[in-house]
Write a protein that binds this ligand. Structure first.
Ligand SMILES: CC(C)(COP(=O)(O)OP(=O)(O)OC[C@H]1O[C@@H](n2cnc3c(N)ncnc32)[C@H](O)[C@@H]1OP(=O)(O)O)[C@@H](O)C(=O)NCCC(=O)NCCS
Length: 193
């Protein structure tokens, strides 16, 4: 008999890539929010509130992931938010705790986002990044994203243009409840980058 599928929270995501050992990515839980919001506050000048993250839980277009050390002793080290509508995905948010940057964890998280997007039938994964955010742009380029345009004055604090990037993905499976039934993604609160 087929085993029942684990719930979103129980499911252990496959690390993949040349990930540093001892780290894993899993679905975000409400109890993770204080750690997530702390990283958000140090990473962005227009951070999302805890309520914004909370409002995305249990909504089919949204996939919220966290990165933590095995055993969870050092708390949440990073997170990502992906929105999926049919064949289009949007990486709405990604950050790694400042003390853990530059050791491959952003790449690990990003590849998990890609795997989740593929599993939901996404064929084009979009994102925006500040013109001045060279670290993130380098990460995205290293992971196969290509620039397709610029959104003028997309960001506040400071006002700045965004590069628009896309990564085209191979065909995956499309679970019947994925993609939010074709509803458009709600506008994220403020641009990230
Ligand atoms: C962007 C971010 C998530 C990257 O996380 P990270 O864990 O440092 O990334 P990695 O260590 O996996 O780096 C992967 C690649 O990104 C690039 N990169 C990462 N940090 C870099 C830096 N400071 N300068 C230049 N390139 C950098 C490199 O190409 C690197 O590959 P390499 O180590 O083989 O040279 C992290 O810097 C962060 O949280 N920044 C603040 C929030 C943010 O800007 N989010 C993105 C919004 S669009």
């Amino acid at each position: 008999m087929e085993q029942p599928s684990p719930s979103e929270e129980e499911r252990e995501l496959d690390p993949g890539g040349e990930a540093p050992g001892g780290w894993h990515v899993r679905a975000m839980r409400p109890a993770d929010l204080p750690g997530v919001v702390a990283i958000e506050g140090e990473a962005f000048t227009t951070p999302w509130s805890e309520e914004t993250f909370r409002s995305l839980f249990d909504r089919p277009p949204w996939v919220l992931l966290v990165l933590e050390e095995e055993g969870g002793a050092s708390g949440i080290a990073g997170y990502a938010v992906l929105g999926c509508v049919m064949e289009q995905g949007e990486l709405a948010n990604i950050a790694v705790r400042s003390r853990d940057r530059g050791r491959g964890l952003g790449g690990l998280l990003l590849e998990q986002v890609v795997q989740e997007a593929v599993a939901r039938g996404v064929r084009q994964l979009f994102l925006e990044v500040r013109m001045s955010n060279t670290a993130a742009a380098a990460l995205y380029t290293a992971h196969g994203f290509q620039e397709i345009g610029v959104r003028k004055n997309y960001y506040e604090e400071p006002r700045e243009h965004a590069r628009v990037l896309v990564r085209r993905l191979p065909e995956g499976c499309t679970p019947p409840d994925s993609g939010g039934g074709g509803e458009p993604l709600p506008e994220a609160e403020g641009g990230k980058g």
